[in-house]
Design a protein around this ligand. Structure first.
Ligand SMILES: [Zn+2]
Length: 186
């Protein structure tokens, strides 16, 4: 038996997501296939995602005019404080805790050299004074911190690593607002 091409395309689509395996992709594809409402939902989404842009400085998504996101275009945010995070969801957790007034930099899946190059550009351009690492306190997270530090070692910036009382594994994203506030006291 062979799956219809349309369904196969859906399976491929779901399989392209991180952490979605072939079985899950199949299950999701069948779920979409048996629910008529997805025809209009997907049509809408395909139009909506065209509006999404990535900030030229920090890579956070936005959809307004210009090339800067909500944070980077906001005069109230302190551009001399730069918080480095792995993903956008960490930004949301920090914003929810409502204490951080600087801006962010999202590492994403880019090569480290590319990120360091961009960071060097931002430090010069914005006169960045403080770099706050908000990465998981895992060995992988530690390695990234060290690599970035050495890539920026010729700059006069203060490196800050919040580590107090974060949950096991140091996932900033899953810490409650009070813990985050405490961990970010600097
Ligand atoms: Zn930005």
């Amino acid at each position: 038996m062979k799956l219809p091409d349309s369904l196969k395309k859906l399976v491929d689509f779901f399989e392209s997501f991180p952490e979605i395996g072939p079985r899950q992709a199949l299950r999701l594809a069948f779920f979409v296939a048996r629910n008529e409402k997805f025809k209009s939902i997907f049509k809408n989404i395909s139009e909506e995602i065209q509006k999404i842009k990535l900030c030229k400085d920090c890579y956070f998504p936005f959809e307004n005019e210009g090339d800067l996101c909500f944070f980077c275009s906001n005069p109230q945010r302190d551009k001399r404080k730069l918080c480095i995070v792995l993903s956008e969801t960490t930004v949301l957790s920090l914003e929810k805790a409502q204490f951080y007034d600087g801006v962010y930099f999202i590492l994403g899946e880019r090569e480290l050299e590319k990120n360091i190059e961009k960071l060097r550009e931002l430090i010069k351009q914005r006169n960045v004074q403080k770099i706050i690492f908000s990465l998981p306190l895992t060995s992988e997270g530690r390695a990234i911190v060290e690599d970035i530090k050495s890539g920026l070692s010729d700059f006069k910036v203060e490196f800050i690593e919040p580590k107090m009382g974060l949950p096991k594994g140091g996932e900033v994203e899953f810490a409650d607002p009070e813990t985050l506030k405490e961990a970010f006291k600097f």
